[in-house]
Design a protein around this ligand. Structure first.
Ligand SMILES: Cc1cc2nc3c(=O)[nH]c(=O)nc-3n(C[C@H](O)[C@H](O)[C@H](O)COP(=O)(O)OP(=O)(O)OC[C@H]3O[C@@H](n4cnc5c(N)ncnc54)[C@H](O)[C@@H]3O)c2cc1C
Ligand code: SF4
Length: 356
C-alpha cells in the first residue's frame, strides 16, 4: 500500500494553504473544518479589511478557498470533526464525524491547523466591564461595524466623538497566566483606528499602549500612517479601570510617559483582545497525543529552524494552533507543513518499497 493520504484539520488560512500545497504536490488530501464554511477566523469573526494593505478579508479568503475547490486531489468536508485517532503514522486510523455520520479512514500524515480563539474579556470583568457596558467592545466587535461601513456608539446608534483602544487585553498578563504577546493586535488596532478616522472624520481616536509592537512593513504602512496622516493619538499608558459616569464610559489609569494619572471620557472603548489556543487545538493535542508548549499551544520540536514538526512522527502543525501568528506566518507555515507531510509520506512509501 502506498502511504499517500494526508488529512488537514482546520480550513482557516493555514489549513487552506496546507491542503493546497499537498494537493498541488500530488498527494490525495482530505481537508476538514468543523464549521460550515472554510476561511477560518477571518470569516467566522467577520473581519473587514486585512493588514497591512486593507484588502477585504472576504475577498482574500475566497481566493484561498478557490484554490482548493474542485482540486482533483482535495476532498473538502465542512461540518466535520475528528472524534477518534488510533495507531501511528503512516497508518493512522481516524474517525470523522460529519453531516453524513461517522466514517473511519486510514491516513499517512496529518496537519493540524485548528487555530486560535479570541481572549474573552469577561475574564477580566473587574477592569474592563465588557459584559456590563454597551459601549465597551472588542476589536472583533469593531471589525463587524467597520465591515458594515457604519461605526457607531452602540448605546445610542450615533457616530462617536471620542474612541479609544486599550492594548494587550488578555496578553502579556501575568495575573491571568497569558504571558505572550499576541503579535497582531497592535497592527489590527492601528488599522481599525485608521478606518474609524476615515468613516467618522470628526471622531478623535486614542490608542493606550504599553509599547506598540509593529513589525516589518506594518511600521510605516500602518503606524506612521495612523499618526501622521490620520492624526490618531498614541498614548503610552496603563489602564487600571473602565467605569461609567452617567451615560459615559470613563477610562482611568496612568499616562506613563508624563508620569501622571489620567481619566478620560470615551464614547466607545475598544479592547484589543489577544489570541489563545482554540478548543479544537487543545482537543487535537489530546487526540493525537502531542504535547502542548508552556503557553498551551501545540509544541513543535525544531525551534526557529522547523516551525511545523511535532514530536509525534507524521503529525505537523500550522498557523495559530502553534502560537500567536498573523496571516503571513500562518500561510507560510501552511506551505511548510505541506512540504514536510509530503516528504514524510514519500519517505515512508520508499521504505515500504525497499522492504519489498
Ligand atoms: C481581531 C483580530 C484581527 C486580525 N486581523 C488580522 C489581519 O488583519 N491581518 C493578519 O495578518 N492577521 C490578522 N489576525 C490574525 C489572523 O486571524 C490569524 O493569523 C489567522 O486567522 C490564523 O489562521 P489559522 O488558519 O491558523 O487559524 P484560524 O483562522 O483560527 O482557523 C482555524 C480553523 O480551524 C477550524 N477548527 C477548529 N477546531 C477544529 C476541529 N476540532 N475540527 C475541525 N476544524 C476545526 C476552525 O473552524 C477554523 O476554520 C487577526 C487576529 C485578531 C485576533
Ligand atoms: S501585539 Fe500589541 S496589543 Fe497585542 S499583545 Fe503584543 S503588544 Fe499587546
Amino acid at each position: 500500500m502506498d502511504h499517500n493520504l494526508i488529512l488537514v484539520i482546520g480550513g482557516g488560512p493555514a489549513g487552506l494553504e496546507a491542503a493546497r500545497g499537498t494537493g498541488d504536490l500530488g498527494y490525495p488530501t482530505i481537508l476538514v473544518d468543523k464549521r460550515d464554511v472554510f476561511g477560518g477566523t477571518p470569516i467566522s469573526a467577520g473581519y473587514a479589511a486585512l493588514t497591512p494593505d486593507m484588502r477585504s478579508a472576504d475577498e482574500a479568503m475566497a481566493e484561498m478557498i478557490e484554490a482548493v475547490l474542485n482540486h482533483d486531489e482535495i476532498d473538502l468536508r465542512t461540518g466535520t470533526e475528528i472524534i477518534a485517532v488510533s495507531g501511528s503514522a503512516p497508518e493512522l486510523s481516524v474517525t470523522l464525524r460529519g453531516p453524513k455520520g461517522e466514517e473511519q479512514i486510514t491516513i499517512s500524515s496529518a496537519i493540524i491547523a485548528t487555530g486560535f480563539q479570541h481572549f474573552d474579556p469577561g475574564r477580566e470583568t473587574q477592569i474592563y466591564g465588557y459584559y456590563e457596558f454597551d459601549d465597551v467592545i472588542t476589536l472583533v466587535d469593531a471589525e463587524k461595524m467597520l465591515k458594515a461601513g457604519n461605526f457607531v456608539r452602540p448605546s445610542t446608534g450615533e457616530p462617536p466623538k471620542q474612541v479609544c483602544f486599550i492594548q494587550c487585553v488578555g496578553s502579556r498578563d501575568r495575573q491571568i497566566g497569558n504571558f505572550w504577546c499576541s503579535k497582531v493586535c497592535c497592527g489590527v488596532a492601528t488599522k481599525e483606528a485608521i478606518e474609524i478616522r476615515d468613516l467618522v472624520p470628526d471622531c478623535r481616536v486614542f490608542v493606550f499602549y504599553i509599547d506598540m509592537r509593529m513589525y516589518g512593513f506594518w511600521e510605516d504602512e500602518l503606524y506612521w500612517k495612523a499618526q501622521e496622516e490620520k492624526k490618531v493619538n498614541f498614548i503610552r499608558g496603563i489602564v487600571t479601570e473602565v467605569t461609567m459616569r452617567g451615560d459615559t464610559v470613563v477610562v482611568k489609569g496612568e499616562d506613563t510617559t508624563m508620569g501622571r494619572p489620567m481619566e478620560i471620557a470615551m464614547d466607545v472603548v475598544i479592547l484589543s483582545v489577544g489570541m489563545e489556543p482554540s478548543e479544537g487545538t487543545i482537543e487535537m493535542s489530546k487526540l493525537f497525543n502531542i504535547p502542548l508548549e508552556s503557553h498551551g499551544f501545540i509544541a513543535t520540536i525544531g525551534g526557529a529552524l522547523n516551525t511545523v514538526t511535532t514530536s509525534v512522527p507524521g503529525i505537523f502543525v500550522a498557523g495559530a494552533a502553534a502560537g500567536p501568528a498573523d496571516l503571513e506566518d500562518s500561510i507560510s507555515m501552511g506551505g511548510a507543513s505541506a512540504m514536510k507531510a509530503a516528504a514524510f509520506c514519500r519517505n515512508k512509501s520508499k521504505e515500504l518499497a525497499a522492504a519489498g
